[in-house]
Design a protein around this ligand. Sequence first.
Ligand code: FE
Length: 350
Amino acid sequence: MKMTRFAFPYFKLTRQYLAAAVFMAITASTSIGFAAEKINIYSHRQQVLIQPFLDAFTAKTGIETNVVYSSKGLAQRLKAEGPASPADVILTVDIARLSEYADLDLLTPVDSSILQANIPSRLRSEDNRWFGFSERARILVTSKTRVAEGAVLDLEDLAKPEWKGRICSRAGSHDYNRALVASMIAAHGEAATETWARGVVGNLARKPQGNDRSQAKAIFQGLCDVAIMNSYYYGNMKFGDKADQKDWAQSIRLVFTNQSNRGNHMNISGGGVAKYAKNKMAAIAFLEFLTEEKAQHLYGEINFEYPVNPSVLVNGELASWGRFKPDTLPIERLAALAPKAQMIIDRVGW
Ligand code: FE
């Protein structure tokens, strides 16, 4: 009987004590957990390109980062790891790779008002699984000495007879060119794009080969007069440590295309949160950090890529290349049209 009389207040006391203890434990574990927090990043981007971002993020938040870098095979690795994967964040370049992660269901939707506000809707997926953090302009470059300024203005010009035997290109089926062909399909439809692509291939000075930089080299060597190149390679050649590449950069003029119509074709670098992320809040904080002013400028300073955040103004070397109008086609369309683009590329033998 006495037990019963004492049991009730004792129970109440215990409940209050427990509630307080649980509250303290949660508070303690949150602060301790935050300080010791670490995110694992799977990156297709080279360590040298992302380290300054990681350092700035850790300095700001105290969250540490661990990077698994690989130029290929990370999506397959992530898929094989399944729910046991340690990956929290995926970082990569090109819509082709981002959509590969999305197609393999390796990313989780992220509901973040900061990402929504800082990234225009055309540069992120509709289901919020991937986000663009920088824009990359695929431009034309022309010989400074053999092509007059303004002689080529639009991608469409590449099929004109006056460029017969004067164009250099890497393989059409590379991600960069496939996306560019996809942008042409979006603008003109499949039939017109195939006619155009056949014209471009007919104008090539040599069999498609090499990477983007080797097209600039070919212009420097006088093998061709016009080429397709991502603009950041110009900055990397100009300021890199290879003397011969400085000469290649010196020999070319940058042409942002389609300025009187849809704007220059753009691609993105981007990423998302891994489907089985163990540190999801910290992972989201990292993505958000990448869209803030400091990181947005880093994209330009480190790799001559453009900010996605409309409130961040282009500065430094990038600004010296001039303002231009980007194609505002939603990036997701490039992924949707990629299979059709590839079929055209195969048919015309690019
Ligand atoms: Fe590249």
